[in-house]
Design a protein around this ligand. Sequence first.
Ligand code: ADP
Ligand code: GLC
Length: 474
Amino acid sequence: MRVAVISAEAVPYSKTGGLGDVAGALPKALKNIGIDSVLITPCYWQTKGEFLWETAIRDLNVEWRGGIYPAKAFYSEANGSPTFLIDAPSLFHRDSIYGYLEDHERFAFFNKAALVLLRRIGRAPDIVHLNDWHCGFAAVELAERRRWDTFWQRTRTVFSIHNMAYQGAFGLGELWKLGFGSGFARDRFSFDGHASAMKAGLETSDTLSTVSRRYGFEIQTSEYGYGLEWLTRKRADRLIGITNGVDYEVWNPATDPELPANYDINDLSGKRECKRAMLERFSLPIDLERPVLANITRLTAQKGIDLMMQVVGEVLAAGAYIISLGSGEKKYEDFWQSLRDHAPNQVGIYRGYSEPLAHLIEAGADMFMMPSKFEPCGLNQMYSLRYGTVPIVRAVGGLDDTVQNWDAVSQTGNGFKFGPYAADAFLEKIYEALFAYGDKDLWQKIQHNGMSVDNSWENAARKYVSLYRWTLDN
Ligand code: ADP
Ligand code: GLC
């Protein structure tokens, strides 16, 4: 079976969030279980030159807006699997990866270029695995082409939803410019008076997946479906939830090169050194007995920052440290800054994006807060489990599937989990966690339960292979 994974971001080439982690790791995991896989992703200005091993195609000519766009493609295996990076400077060499009015054009181009590239490099893949709205364009193009283009006739598409809240909306009038002027394409993109790349992907792909079981059900409800619940419901018989894995080559406290000391489930002493280094890094007084509650995230409403804002006063009053790494909406950035100004001896913040710091915090913190409003899968709670950092999460989406609430009677569970999106419910779990932290043996038991969980990609990759097979047969 030959699989092409197409994604707008992929580690280590680019990353703004979990999609990058997943798209970087899945093709490698597929390759490790014997699947012939190739990853296609854009080459951004942010993509480090060291990852561009060679120029594989100098004349990737893509039909674009009535002419030809002369793109290139680099080759690399920096993520551990064959990768082609589409180089189109005017579209991808920008200050940030997303956030432009013409994002729909940029990714429509990327999709077209990916299909031209697949044609150039050999026989058609059996499966084209598309990710999020950025790849809705390829879903439609392949559905159209399959009717008359023998090259693509046997290819099937799998579309993974990583986040239903981002749908790639734009004006219907733009469709013809992007090469989607046919009646068929227009119908697929049309949604509520505009064009939606997410809707097009959901409607035209052969099968659908999302990144946790629970989110697979949630997106069929009006609370989490963002207006497309009718479509996910309609296609429920071809939709499956597959929980993301963790790349333990990157996220493993026993080998993590970003840490001042390594540790594992049998000897957690290195974690204290990481805590010390982290407190130093944030210029906080070194008191290793005090608990640290941390958070690493994009600062958006999705992540439950509003709940955090409501509880931090009590957390500080309880004597804990709070550390936050993230950037995003100004009101949230301002909030963390003012909290730091208010309690400089207890609060550490880093406003921005830092991979090394994310590793240090995962290792140095005692608890990880993730009170998300919605969370398709979430990766940090899984990283936290492996790093012996106990997650405090809301029971939603992938957080519910991957964190087991601690039960003191049966001594089972690996984190603390609350239900309603409410500050008092969150705070109750924080107090429970702080109380448990006070009992060293008990705390170690919770840490051990988390550290022994196996969320490796191999399991998830095997589920994808079953989905690919099913897609080809049905
Ligand atoms: P989402 O994709 O919704 O942002 P995930 O939990 O799936 O949420 O993945 C987020 C990923 O991005 C994690 O790998 C996390 O460590 C990383 N991340 C988020 N914000 C930052 C930041 N400011 N600095 C470094 N890494 C970050
Ligand atoms: C999205 C989701 C996140 C998920 C990630 C990778 O960004 O918000 O929950 O883990 O995609 O699938």
